[in-house]
Design a protein around this ligand. Sequence first.
Ligand code: HEC
Length: 257
Amino acid sequence: MEEDRKMSRREFVYGSAGFAAGAAIASGGLGMLSGCISSETKAGECPSEPASWPGEYKKLDTARVAEIAYENWYKKFCCYAVASGLLIPLQEDVGEPYTSFPIDSVKWGHGGAVGWGTLCGSLNGAGIATGLIAGEEGEAILNDVIYWYTTTELPIYMPENPKAEIQNVNKSNSPLCHISVGKWMKKEDVAFASPERKERCARLSADVAVKTAELLNAWADGTYKPYHGSQVGTYDITTQNNCGDCHPSGSPALPGV
Ligand code: HEC
């Protein structure tokens, strides 16, 4: 009886496409059908133009970017840290399309995608921001940020109020979370759950956000020149550069070449 009532209610609300479409037009106008659906939006208040993308870019203050990224690592980890370090200042200083982007939604990038140790979440965060800010031109910037990440002793950033002290910096030679954090943990001799490891990833997130902001600022000035070549163009396969770490007896031959 109870179940019957639920079923018939569901059928009434969702079962009739004609009813749903008719109701949308009646209450929200055509804007609702073209994607303008929000609990905040009342009938007749839908913006007539969607936010344009890529939008305006205002050069970032790298000290502010670093501070947001470092602090936000402790809220939702690396991917969110970098994306928010780059995007919060633009939400505040530019507005759309940045204000329409729910930055909280990128938390999943932590630990190289929910802990799978693939692309370092800080780099995922950088890519989310460069794509939003610079569209396809952002790909060259991300490519250079990834190359820089693999070839630089990190972390560099020194927060004003560090939450833990750390002794070591390390060059990962790889953009993979697992390899990058694993090599550093070995050098520092600490566990993944340690305050030191968290501090390292928080500082490293600030570094990645700053590097990305520097390249974006140069891009905005018209002085940015991509410097790292294409991975696939160089190797004829999608890959990282540290072939020997995984193929110690030499790189295998490329099938089909
Ligand atoms: C993070 C580890 C890792 C790195 C770095 C890496 N590879 Fe691999 N690669 C693998 C694994 C694992 C396979 C699958 C091997 C298999 O199934 O025999 C593979 C497969 C390949 C294959 C397919 C053919 C085959 O025999 O498996 C080629 C070609 C290859 N790698 C070349 C390279 C080159 C060139 C580089 C550096 C530019 C590189 N790899 C870097 C892990 C890696």
